[in-house]
Design a protein around this ligand. Sequence first.
Ligand code: PLP
Length: 466
Amino acid sequence: MPPVSSGNPNLVSHILPMASTDAEHYHSGTNGEAKPPPPKKQKLCSFISESEIQSEFSHHDASVARINNGSFGCCPQSVISAQQQWQLRQLRQPDGFYFNDLRAGILESRKVICSLINADDVSEVSLVDNATTAAAIVLQQVAWAFSEGRFDKGDVAVMLHYAYGAVKKCVEAYVTRAGGRVIEVDLPFPVSSKEEIITEFRRSMERGKLNGQKIRLAVIDHITSMPSVVIPVKELVKICREEGVDQVFVDAAHGIGCVDVDMKEIGADFYTSNLHKWLFCPPSAAFLYCRKSAKFTDLHHPVVSHEYGKGLAIESAWIGTRDYSSLLVVPSIVEFLNRFEEGIEGIKKTNHEEVVKMGEMLAKSWGTHLGCPPDMCSSMVMVGLPSCLGIASDKDTLKLRAHLRNHFGVEVPIYYRAPKDGEVDPVTGYARISYQVYNKAQDYERFRDVINKFVSDKFCCACLSV
Ligand SMILES: Cc1ncc(COP(=O)(O)O)c(C=O)c1O
């Protein structure tokens, strides 16, 4: 039976007949008289409906066009309820919770993640608060390698120029301070093919090896944050292997729920993704995958507690008295995902298609372009803003973003791209739009119309006070 469209691209309902009782199958009595058909028995097996989605996110501020799922994610009501149940369980009988429930609950969540990411073994999966914590775990261990003489002063760490700011600070704190040399991979933006990224990465590898230095670590984003671009992570990990890089850490803060996340295919040593960005977890939750290997036994949570020395996954499951509920709701998230046709895969695919459609609509209306081809976009797209807005600095992007939030109810982050010498009428500002299941075309149309009004009113960033 063909699917019945509900209007929302995420949703499709199927009406499954239970028996062959269609109206045309009239029963005939013994005298040949037509009898009225028995009542229709149909079982309605439907995926989540549009109104159910809206009710799941009814706590969102309805006055805001929230086209920035990328920054802080979202959490549906059914998962919030599950989280509250865990919180009550902890408060009702704390000793019972800590000594009977906590470890088992965290193990259940780890098993779910293990199967979602195609890891070999649940021992490879630790649950931590966020990608920032995961980066600290990996880099702390690199700092020890320097201080304990396994890495030499001047050995190299390579990371993307567009690595996330907090992760760059972490590299500064643990690698630069320990005597390591950091090389940044310059990436073009706008970017037109993954080959451009691969070429720049290879170039940086060459720079890293000059003077016979060893490249000890590569930090590779799966999806850069600003500007947002899907990085050809499999290809870059392969290059690292060919070059003999000791450790490869993939920062995929946006990964799970947004792009394909398969540990065997990607082949990194460490891979982290937030669960609160694109997997509907309440803040905050992330996993850190550490490939099973004799090389990586000395990983520890930066908050040392009772479980120190029992392996990262166990250490991370008890780091003192706190609220663990956001890590315990992972099985409830799977229930939510499975209400959508094709579950997480269906959500990912629809979000990608819709965000590209919305990005193209905006670029057409403003006479600009997307920051990269659709196959390098995830559920986020960079859209050029009209150059007449006069975006001339990072400060301008913050002022414009605040203006859109405070006066027009549009929540969207903006990126500043410095013009190149000789460029005529360059696009210097790009909006990063996201698409998640709760979004509607009207959210993007509001943004489009506000920007078009700015253009017709000759508004520019210089008009905005600090
Ligand atoms: C690429 C990247 N890495 C790391 C982070 C940090 O995530 P969190 O603040 O949840 O630790 C982010 C957040 O947006 C990110 O985009």
